[in-house]
Design a protein around this ligand. Structure first.
Ligand SMILES: NC(=O)C1=CN([C@@H]2O[C@H](COP(=O)(O)OP(=O)(O)OC[C@H]3O[C@@H](n4cnc5c(N)ncnc54)[C@H](OP(=O)(O)O)[C@@H]3O)[C@@H](O)[C@H]2O)C=CC1
Ligand SMILES: CC(=O)N[C@@H](CCC(=O)OP(=O)(O)O)C(=O)O
Length: 352
């Protein structure tokens, strides 16, 4: 027998949608041991009281958040809590040597003034925020490998940036023409009760929300500006769609070279993502469905060019709770720990 030791990990916000996905995936991860679950209103409850179907797998209770205890027990900590909390917890964990993955928006912004303008929260942890790396592995794998703190992307930015990045990075489009039209299932809003998420409200209905002011806009713009090499504004419109899981993001942008055709772009995208196991570029004429990605860490991308308008049309489908949240955070942990990026993550979705 060798001296194999699993790395102790913890989750703050374990009762939420992101938290329970993390629990499910980390319980099956070959390199880690889940040793801590934290929360607020559920503190003191056995995890199985909240999710009884996991009683045979998870024998932990939710604890109130105490950073001394967390840092004493855990080497890696996932913060799956509402915006504005991670920035109070992370600095204390980092000080004690933990690696931290924040699933909220607190560590996504390189400019904290942007965060404050869009999230309305003042921040004291400027020095900590400056050390955070944006956790989109397909773009920032090398930086994530060196990071102690990762700010994992939002679900809409994940789908939208994976669709748009090759076009921007290779200078194939006029960046200012990019328009993102995205649709999300209701689990994107989290587990907390909200009237617009009731079945009776959301079912049989499709509507845009946050038009011209959704808080994922500056996050998308930050990364697009970096890829384009200059400050950009991007039009982004999210929609709530009557399903539980999944995001479909459709991106439109004018091509610089009107001679480019669909197969050229497919070749370019396949080259761009050749080392990215979680991104699948569809064959010509195939457009992704959210159902394909549901339950997996995959992002499916379909590509078309409209020769009449000279626009590229790129569609991406993810599971908002996996590649858009918990799975992506685990992918980042794998990179931070020097493990295979695919470890412990689902390669197949639920359907069919
Ligand atoms: N849902 C999605 O598709 C995505 C969400 N995100 C982001 O991930 C984070 C988690 O989202 P999601 O799982 O949907 O949210 P949920 O509303 O489902 O869960 C929130 C969790 O935060 C915990 N929490 C709230 N306040 C505190 C506190 N003061 N101290 C400790 N824990 C607290 C809750 O614990 P308790 O129940 O014990 O009160 C609960 O476990 C959010 O920042 C969200 O914006 C990012 C990408 C996608
Ligand atoms: C359907 C729905 O409500 N979706 C959420 C997106 C959730 C998310 O990704 O949250 P972050 O802010 O942490 O990125 C919304 O639009 O607010």
């Amino acid at each position: 027998m060798g001296n194999f030791r699993r790395v102790p990990v913890g989750i703050v916000g374990a009762s939420g949608y992101g938290g329970v996905q993390l629990v499910r995936l980390l319980m099956d991860h070959p390199e880690v041991e889940l040793v801590y679950l934290g929360g607020d209103s559920t503190a003191g409850k056995p995890f199985a009281d909240i999710y009884p179907h996991l009683a045979h797998t998870v024998n932990l209770s939710i604890e109130a958040v105490d950073t001394e205890i967390i840092a004493h027990r855990c080497e890696v900590v996932f913060l799956s809590v509402p915006n504005g909390l991670a920035c109070q917890i992370a600095p204390k964990l980092l000080e004690k040597g933990c690696k931290v993955l924040d699933l909220s928006a607190d560590y996504r912004f390189s400019n904290l003034a942007t965060y404050t303008a869009w999230y309305g929260k003042q921040r004291q942890d400027t020095d900590t925020a400056a050390t955070a790396v944006y956790g989109l592995p397909e773009l920032y794998r090398d930086r994530i490998a060196e990071a102690q703190l990762v700010g994992c992307p939002g679900c809409y930015p994940t789908a939208s940036l994976l669709a748009l990045s090759p076009l921007l990075k290779q200078g194939l489009i006029i960046p200012e023409t990019a328009i993102i039209d995205a649709k999300s299932g209701t689990s994107g809003g989290g587990r907390e009760a909200k009237i617009n998420m009731l079945l009776a409200e959301a079912d049989n209905s499709l509507a845009a929300y946050g038009v011209a002011r959704h808080r994922h806009t500056p996050e998308i713009e930050q990364i697009c500006s970096e890829l384009a090499g200059h400050e950009l504004t991007i039009q982004f419109t999210p929609h709530l769609i009557p399903m539980v899981r999944g995001i479909l993001s459709t991106v439109y942008a004018s091509l610089r070279d009107p001679g480019l055709v669909r197969d050229d772009l497919i070749t370019i995208y396949r080259a761009f993502y050749r080392n990215s196991a979680w991104v699948k570029i569809c064959d010509p004429g195939i457009y992704p469905q959210t159902k394909w990605a549901c339950g997996s860490n995959l992002c499916y991308i379909g590509i078309e060019v409209d020769p009449r308008t000279g626009r590229a049309i790129v569609m991406s489908a993810i599971d908002n709770l996996i590649k858009g949240q918990a799975g992506q955070a685990i992918q980042c942990m794998n990179i931070m720990m020097g493990w295979d990026e695919t470890l412990g993550l689902p390669k197949l979705g639920f359907y069919p």
